[in-house]
Design a binder for this molecule. Structure first.
Ligand SMILES: Cc1ncc(COP(=O)(O)O)c(C=O)c1O
Length: 447
């Protein structure tokens, strides 16, 4: 199995991440534990940035915070030169608390509330990415009341959906996101934005999918966006300074996944943009991308302790670990696949197929089916790799299980960046109405 980032098997036969022995991490911070490799995050972010520098077009790499939004992670990615795609007041708040300048934030979302829009304006967020006509109306109203201006991009659905190794050209995309081209919503929004002195139209945005392993899907989307930009120029006299082509760059969760390098993705996007605009005799816009998974996915590994081995002869061997869908919903939510290894006996030869089950009360709470591992015993430490993206950020307290801690490792040093939740945290927001108070007092005494 190919280990991501700085991971290796050390002399003791243990999985080592960022120079830290995973057994010692599990002992010190307990399990389940998210381990995040700082070097891997920095390398991924800087490779996207350097790839653009080599292309010579104006560019911005916006880290899609939804993949993993913690103050430490945002600071690391910022340090490498990224700006940010944020999708809620919570993500804006986290970024500001991390010391990110508000101008570096691009506020996305298909239903930003008036409260969130006001918050974004009042905290001087740099750009709002307008998703639909109702939001545009809401934003125009607030800006008029506030007597201020806002830089905006228009999110357009280009009618291209990328599905891993192929793309589907839908013409009119059936999506809750974005302004549709065929029905004229995108053109109407551009016209309204252009006429409103409170709005500065800085460009167009599209996002065509996730885990994209084909360059043609980006190229086709860019072609469609350029065709729309040409219409804006001829029909409304609008020139587009920026084209944001979204995220979705694939990573290698299992050996079947064959992602392109950051350099290849960026080169294809820049070439397609140059070609699509120059062939229409239009100035080439600056290019933005929004990688999330590709920056933090490979940097994450989750460590779990094995608590149960259940053999059903002729059917399956279940290995139950102390986490599951509460810390990683992706397998249950969309059959996402991962690779696993035994962190405490990482050098041993695999000899059995086992399925790794979570500890939550759902039959669908399975982390990995048919992992090929050395004989697994109760007490072993299981590592699931490539869990940096959309795990902690989608975590829940289902079954009232506290969410795990996250530790950042680099060159042998391990620092806690998310504390493990405590039992008290679980009831921190519970309120008991007065008429039930006597019961809770009795329980508190009993407890
Ligand atoms: C608008 C937008 N940009 C960027 C991303 C990040 O995608 P990924 O993490 O696959 O790169 C998403 C993911 O849903 C998105 O909706």
């Amino acid at each position: 199995m190919q280990l991501p980032g700085t991971e290796r098997i050390n002399e003791a036969g243990h999985l080592e991440i960022g120079g830290c022995d995973s057994l010692l991490l599990a002992e010190r911070f307990e399990t389940p534990l998210y381990v995040l490799d700082e070097t891997s995050i920095r390398e991924a972010a800087s490779r996207y940035i350097h790839s653009f520098e080599a292309e010579g077009l104006p560019f911005q790499v916006l880290y899609a915070s939804k993949a993993l939004c913690t103050m430490a992670v945002l600071q690391i990615v910022h340090d490498e030169g990224c700006q940010f795609d944020v999708v809620s007041a919570g993500e804006i708040y986290t970024a500001l608390a991390a010391g990110i300048e508000p101008n570096a934030l691009y506020f996305h979302g298909n239903n930003k509330t008036a409260k969130e829009l006001r918050y974004a304006i009042d905290t001087h967020v740099g750009h709002i990415v307008i998703d639909n006509l109702d939001e545009l109306t809401r934003l125009q109203e607030i800006l008029r009341q506030r007597e201020t201006t806002m830089r905006v991009l228009l999110r357009v659905t280009p009618g291209v959906e990328a599905h891993t190794h192929e793309y589907v050209q839908t013409g009119q995309e059936d999506s809750k996101f974005g302004l549709d081209l065929l029905s004229g919503q995108a053109m109407a929004a551009a016209q309204r934005a252009n006429e409103d002195p409170h709005l500065i139209l800085d460009g167009l945005h599209c996002h065509i999918g996730s885990q994209i392993f084909t360059l043609a899907s980006f190229e086709l989307a860019i072609e469609k966006m350029a065709a729309f930009a040409a219409r804006l120029q001829t029909e409304l006299g609008i020139q587009i300074p920026w084209l944001n082509v979204g995220g979705g760059f694939g990573i290698r969760y299992t050996e079947e996944d064959r992602p392109f390098t950051p350099e290849a993705y960026v080169h294809a996007i820049c070439q397609a943009t140059r070609h699509a605009f120059t062939s229409r005799h239009m100035p080439v816009p600056g290019v933005m991308i929004e990688p999330g998974r590709a920056i933090v996915g490979p940097a994450g590994t989750t460590l779990y302790r094995v608590g149960v081995r259940k053999e059903i002869p002729g059917i399956r061997t279940y290995i139950a670990v102390d986490g599951g869908m509460g810390d990683n919903i992706r397998p249950a939510l969309y059959q996402a696949r991962y690779e696993a290894l035994l962190a405490n006996r990482a050098a041993e030869v695999p000899q059995e197929r086992v399925s790794i089950a979570g500890r939550y009360c759902e039959s669908g709470d399975m982390l990995v089916y048919d992992a090929f591992l050395p004989k697994v015993h109760v007490g072993d430490l299981v590592a699931i790799t490539n869990t940096g993206a959309y795990t902690y950020s989608m975590a829940s307290n289902y079954n009232r299980v506290p969410r795990p801690a996250m530790v950042l490792v680099k060159e042998g040093q391990a620092d806690l960046i998310i504390e493990r939740e405590r039992l008290e945290s679980l009831i921190a927001f519970d309120r008991v109405p007065q008429r039930l108070r006597s019961l809770s007092a009795i329980n508190a005494v009993a407890g």
